[in-house]
Each structure stands twice: as C-alpha cells, then as structure tokens.
Design a protein around this ligand. Structure first.
Ligand SMILES: [Zn+2]
Length: 285
C-alpha cells in the first residue's frame, strides 16, 4: 500500500478474526469518548501501551489500516469508570470527547474516530433481525450481520445529510437551531429523504427552515459527522428570492450577516459547517 501514502491514508478493511499485535493502534471508545494519549495534539495509543485498559470489552472490530498500521476499535462497558480514571493519570491517557478542539488539527484521525463511533453504535443497536426477531450473527467474510433463521443481512448504516451556506451579496444566512447551545449560529442542514435527490434536499430544507429559495447550488465538500450516523454533504448556494420566515420549531432565529457582524459563537472548526462559512466569508485563510 506504499503507493497510496498521501493519496488514501486510511484504508477500511474487514477481517473477522484478525489478531492484534503490540504495535497496532487502538481506538478505545466509551460513552462518546475515545481514550487517547494526553498531549497537546491527539495521538492514538498502541496496543502495547493500552492493553491494560482493554478490559470489560462489549464490542471489538478490526477497522482497517491507517498509514500502514492496523487499527482496532473496542467499546468498553461504562461500569468501571473509577478504575479508568485512576489509570488515566498513571498512564497519561485521557478520554477525549468529539467537541475537543484538538480534532481541528487532524481531520484524518477524526474520520477514523467517527467510523469507530458509528460502527460500535450500529453494533450495539443492531442485535436482532428486524424481519423475524432472531439474534443476528456476525458475518465471517464482510462487515455485516446475518440472521441465522431467515438470512436477512444488515450492513452498517450511514445517513446522508445536506448542509448549505447561502450567499447574498457579501452576506451569509446564519441560523440558530433550537437544539444548538446558546448563541451558536450555523448554516442550514437536514437529512435527505428517501427517493429524494441531493439538490432537491438542499432546496427543500432551506425552504422549510427559513422560507427562501436558492439557486446555483454548488457541491463544496463532505465529511462524516459524529453522534448520529450521518455523512454531511456540503454545498454553497446563492440566494434567489423570498424573505426569511423561520419555522419556529427547528430554527428559532435566522439572519443575514456580513463579515463584520458574524455571530459570536460559530460551529467547531472540524465541521463542514465551519469550512463552508469560512469559504464564503473568508474568516481565516
Ligand atoms: Zn431473521
């Protein structure tokens, strides 16, 4: 895989019974946090460094290779918290949440962490066959589960969502969602419906949430997103017509902002939302 270095750094793979060795990387997950080395920048512990922590494992998967190193995901049960806290100090490892600002410096690592989270959450929530209620078994030859009774297959899910920055002259539309922390404004986002095109989802979400029409919808970039199993597809569009009319449920405030009057609280810099806002407004180069 040497010829892929710098081209595709993380290569997802599946091996049902892969053995872990001392130099392999461990993505240890518990309650939406990962156990990383305590340092100014994030680094993943090797198996040899963190083997003692990997007890009380509720789920374990081989993830693939990152820069040639094998990566494994482990979910720990949460009932040993005190023990882990005591060991954290001794071993200089710490639990890192997805809101930590150190992710901003390492998008590649963030994406593997999100894969870890999505895979382990899927594993936890996909125990029984939705068709006949039997207990699923893991497939031996691919990352999936199979019902031993009716043969139904279940693969890890991702849920595509759109996120769009809307330009109007030198202004951008910023909105406060009722689920946001106080003061935070971002661009418009929402899940794509079944049977819907991505372009249509952009138009529909914008119209539903703030009552305006957009044109010249241009793809910007994508990124997996933590918490739910979403894949954010980022767009930039131009204002076409209409006055802001918030839906009052999801969006509780929305306004046009120029560079001098941006909201004080913006999305985390790792997010596609922030990258879109930065692309339109040129906040940081
Ligand atoms: Zn079944």
């Amino acid at each position: 895989m040497k010829e892929l270095e710098g081209y595709i750094d993380f290569w997802p793979a599946f091996e049902a019974n892969k053995e872990i060795t001392e130099g392999d990387l461990c993505f240890i997950y518990k309650d939406n946090e990962l156990l990383f080395q305590h340092a100014p920048s994030l680094s993943v512990p090797y198996y040899g460094q963190c083997e003692a922590f990997i007890t009380d494992v509720s789920s374990a998967w081989y993830l693939g290779k990152w820069k040639g190193k094998s990566c494994f995901a482990y979910e720990l049960s949460s009932n040993e918290l005190n023990t882990y806290e005591q060991m954290e100090n001794k071993q200089k490892l710490e639990w890192i949440g997805f809101r930590d600002s150190r992710w901003n410096d390492d998008l590649e690592l963030y994406k593997i962490a999100v894969k870890t989270q999505h895979l382990l959450k899927w594993d936890k929530s996909t125990k029984y066959c939705g068709c006949c209620g039997s207990l699923y078994e893991r497939k031996e030859d691919e990352c999936a589960k199979k019902c031993p009774n009716c043969g139904h297959l279940q693969f890890p899910r991702i849920s595509p969502a759109i996120i769009v920055g809307i330009k109007k002259g030198n202004e951008i539309l910023m909105a406060h969602n009722s689920a946001f922390r106080p003061g935070l404004y971002s661009v418009i986002a929402g899940f794509i419906e079944q049977g819907e095109t991505i372009e249509n989802a952009v138009k529909r979400e914008v119209y539903e949430e703030v009552g305006i029409k957009v044109k010249n919808i241009q793809y910007f970039q994508s990124s997996p997103w933590n918490s739910i199993d979403s894949l954010m597809l980022g767009f930039i569009a131009e204002y076409e017509s209409g006055e802001i009319r918030i839906d009052g449920k999801e969006i509780v405030d929305a306004k046009w902002c120029d560079k001098e009057h941006m909201p004080e609280v913006l999305p985390d810099k790792i997010s596609t939302a922030w990258r879109i806002i930065n692309e339109i407004m040129g906040l940081e180069k």
